[in-house]
Every structure is written in C-alpha cells, then in structure tokens.
Write a protein that binds this ligand. Structure first.
Ligand code: DNO
Length: 356
C-alpha cells in the first residue's frame, strides 16, 4: 500500500505539500482539479501542471479524488452522451499523464451528508457528526444553508454552491430514478468507459454512499455487500473497482467491514480508513482513528486489507479539528497526520507478524 493524504490544490487547501511531505511514511497525495464542475473536460496541460507541482515537492500523485459525474449520467437523460464523452476524454488525458486511479461516486444530489460539521467532543476537539433526527426534521433545500456556517468559509467537495442553488431542479430530475434505474445508469456509464480504462490501465474506484442508506427519499445503491458485489458482477472488469471507505460503509452497523474487504479482493483500488463513534444506531460522530476512541476495530480492518494483498493508495480519512487548527472540516493537517502514523504503525506490526 501507499500511504497518502488528500490535497485539494494550493488555491483551496489550508495544508501545504511541504507539510504533507514531512508526515512520516506519506509519499503521495490524492488530488483533483477542484475548480472543475461535474461534466467539464480536464485537459492534458491542466493535469500535467498539477502533477508537476506535486512532484516538485517530492510527493507523487497517487490518484484523483474525484472526477465527478454529471447528474445527467446518474439520471440517464439523453444528454448524458456528451458528458460521458467528456469523461472518457478526461480519463484519456489522465492516462497519458500516467495517473491510474480515479475515485468517483454515484450519489444522487448530495455527496456525503452530515448534520453537524463541528460537534464538540469532551476533549474540546470538533468533529463531523450525523443524526437521523436532524435529517428528518429538515427540508432538503435547507440542508446546505444549515451547514454552510460551519464550513470555515471553505468550499466543501460535493456541496458546491452552484449545484446547491439548483437543488429543487436536482430533486425534480431524480423523481423517476429508483435503485434499479440507478444501477442501470451506472452499468451504462461503466460499460462506456471501460475501454479507455483498459487502454490506459485506469482503476475506477467508486466511493460508497455516505451515510449508507437513503436520505431525503433519494436512491442510494453503494451501501452494502450484496449491492457492491452486484456492481462488480454487472461489469466484471478488474478496472471496475471500489474505494473502500470504512467510515461510509461503517455508518450501517450491519456492514461487517473486514468481511466486505475480503469479498472484494482484487477490486479495492483505494482505501479511506477512519473510525466512527456511535451513540445510537443513527447518531454517530467521526472519532480519532484509534480503535479505542470509536466503534471499529482498526486492527482487523488493516489486517483484512493486508491479507487480500491490497497494494493501492490508502489515506487516513476525515480527522478531528484539534490544536486550534482552522481548516476545511475533516481535512485539517494535525489529526490526519496522527491517523496516517497510526495506520502505518498497524501495517508495520501486521507485516512483521505475518513474516515471522
Ligand atoms: C468526503 C469524501 C467524499 C468523496 C466523494 C468521492 O469527505 O470522502 O466527498 O471524496 O464521494 O467522489
């Protein structure tokens, strides 16, 4: 595996490449062209400019998170063709730039959903949190407004104000889309892009829906083992793979994370590893990475990844906001650096033990 950190680019991120370079064991970043809207073409020159900047700092570009999918593709409207063509061209340009992993999601309207971006924990740190009660009380159109205040003035991925301004229309677009239709549209998209992925050896890594159930009545399909295996089988190509995000699949306590990892051997192209602390089934917050601070057994998760021979990029996922840092919620430097170090420690112990 390659330990990485997510980095949004110097115009958007409060963390610098120089800081990331000093985290022991972190050798690459997962980055993006953050200003690109879903459906927009990424040119070869733009990609190379970003790549050169990362490499000048001594780090590598371990993959992209995300090349976002236009809603026309998810809904399956006739104009999806033009957006799929642009996506294929973007993949081709990434392949030419020697970038081989692309994380994306197929969530309708909202990307990940949290009801609080700065819940205060007993130790004074703040974390992202979710309560179903809060979601049930709020009109989806007010969702963006309700969390905007906590964004620290920073644009959050998946919550672009341009898209949120059209939220009514977005909900209207998805009116006829149920789970099966969403699966069909995903299959159509994957079948169209697999030839370019095969040509340039690009691993597509779908991110799970977060939380792993329907919110606001919208269909959500990348949520559990049966659905993800259905997706792997419906386009049975090794380039059709997943981002295994423990914090997203883990929102549903019925998901057995190590078992899911084992069932996806060869198809996990990217891993997001973080822990959650549950107060009740539908009330959780993002804890520190350490097993004892949350609900998941991080040792068992890392061991499952190790045992399936996972060799892709991995990143500590959202961190707590600690030590007075002001950053994009979930994406500060300090707690993610602690997370990377902890995960590297677990990996080293598992590796040494296995080789004894
Ligand atoms: C949240 C992230 C997601 C993820 C996208 C992938 O912090 O894990 O926003 O990047 O769903 O497209």
């Amino acid at each position: 595996m390659q330990m990485t950190l997510r980095w949004y680019g110097k115009e958007y991120d409060t963390v610098t490449l120089e800081q990331i370079r000093q985290i022991p064991g972190v050798t690459g970043v997962i980055t993006t062209l953050f200003s690109k809207m879903p459906g927009e073409l990424w040119t070869y020159d733009e990609i190379m400019q970003m790549k050169k900047e990362v490499e000048a700092s001594g780090l590598s570009v371990a993959g992209i998170e995300s090349v976002n999918i236009h809603d026309a593709i998810k809904v399956g409207t006739p104009d999806r063709e033009q957006y799929i063509d642009a996506y294929i061209k973007t993949l081709e340009n990434l392949g030419k730039a020697d970038i081989h992993m692309v994380c994306y999601n197929f969530m309708p309207v909202f990307d990940w959903t949290r009801t609080e971006l700065a819940r205060v924990r007993p130790d004074g740190s703040t974390v992202l949190a979710y309560t179903q009660k809060a979601v049930d009380k709020i009109d989806p159109e007010d969702m963006f407004g309700s969390i905007k205040e906590d964004m620290n003035g920073i644009m959050m991925p998946g919550w672009e104000p341009e898209r949120m301004a059209k939220i009514k229309d977005l909900f209207e677009m998805y009116k006829e889309v149920d789970d099966d239709k969403l699966f069909d549209n995903l299959k159509y998209f994957l079948e169209r892009i697999m030839p370019v992925c095969d040509k340039y050896d690009i691993n597509m890594a779908i991110h799970p829906d977060d939380p792993a159930w329907s919110v606001f009545g919208l269909p959500r399909i990348i949520i559990n083992k049966p659905n993800i295996l259905r997706m792997m089988n419906m386009v049975d190509n090794p380039h059709n793979g997943v981002t295994f995000c423990t914090g997203s699949y883990g929102t549903n306590l019925q998901n057995d994370l190590p078992d899911m990892i084992r069932s996806l051997k060869g198809r996990i192209h990217f891993a997001h590893v973080r822990n959650l602390k549950f107060h009740s089934q539908f009330d959780f917050e993002e804890s520190a990475h350490l097993s004892s601070d949350g609900t998941f057994d991080m040792y068992e998760i890392m061991k499952a990844l190790y045992e399936i021979g996972f060799d892709g990029p991995i990143r500590p996922d959202h961190g707590r906001m600690i030590w007075g840092e002001q950053a994009m919620p979930g994406y500060g430097l300090y707690d993610r650096a602690l997370g990377a170090t902890y995960l590297n420690g677990l990996w080293e112990a598992i590796d040494k033990n296995a080789k004894r």
